[in-house]
Design a protein around this ligand. Structure first.
Ligand SMILES: CC(C)(COP(=O)(O)OP(=O)(O)OC[C@H]1O[C@@H](n2cnc3c(N)ncnc32)[C@H](O)[C@@H]1OP(=O)(O)O)[C@@H](O)C(=O)NCCC(=O)NCCS
Length: 152
């Protein structure tokens, strides 16, 4: 495939397509309301492969700290390196906005995401017990906290 990857900022008009990917990718997706709020306060980005929207990511920037709040690749497009390209782009944005470190939380059971973050350079720095409702709806699940230094 020669589907070049590109990125552009998310707008309210994109939310139907974003929610399609979000609901397909997550057991506990962000709602439209959360995305609308996100558009006001955070950097919200879309990723395209050719003309097809294949993912999105959201980072919060507070002084020199970035927080990765959301990252998703459409299930049919996963496992092809798009997640790493999206994460790399988002970290580049954070760096351009003067962030020197990025933090995130990931479900303890989310191996694909954990591996992606490790591959990029994140390290596990802590655990928040019972942070998330469990993916199967039964009980709670721990969050692992990860951090990465963003180099120039
Ligand atoms: C986490 C997520 C964004 C990763 O996206 P992705 O596009 O699948 O990520 P990548 O393709 O870069 O990496 C995934 C795997 O594909 C492999 N891969 C990368 N490029 C590849 C290629 N060209 N060909 C084959 N496999 C490849 C990677 O090695 C990796 O394998 P591993 O996990 O066994 O090490 C995606 O799984 C997702 O949206 N999950 C649901 C939402 C979610 O959980 N988000 C994170 C919340 S904290």
């Amino acid at each position: 495939m020669n589907d070049a990857v590109s990125f552009r900022p998310m707008t309210e008009a994109d939310l139907d397509a974003v929610l399609n990917i979000e609901y397909a990718a997550f057991s506990h997706p962000w709602t439209r309301g959360l995305f609308l709020e996100g558009l006001q306060h955070y950097e919200c980005w879309l990723m395209f492969a050719g003309t097809q929207q294949v993912g999105h990511g959201i980072i919060q920037l507070v002084l020199d700290e970035a927080h990765l709040l959301n990252i998703a690749v459409k299930p049919e497009s996963q496992g092809r390196g798009l997640g790493l390209q999206l994460l790399t782009y988002l970290m580049g944005r954070a760096n351009a906005r003067q962030a020197s470190e990025c933090f995130l939380e990931v479900r303890a059971s989310n191996q694909p995401a954990y591996r992606l973050y490790e591959r990029y350079g994140f390290n596990e720095i802590g655990r928040r017990r019972n942070y998330y409702p469990a993916a199967d709806g039964q009980g709670r699940e721990d969050a692992l906290v990860m951090a990465c230094t963003l180099l120039e």
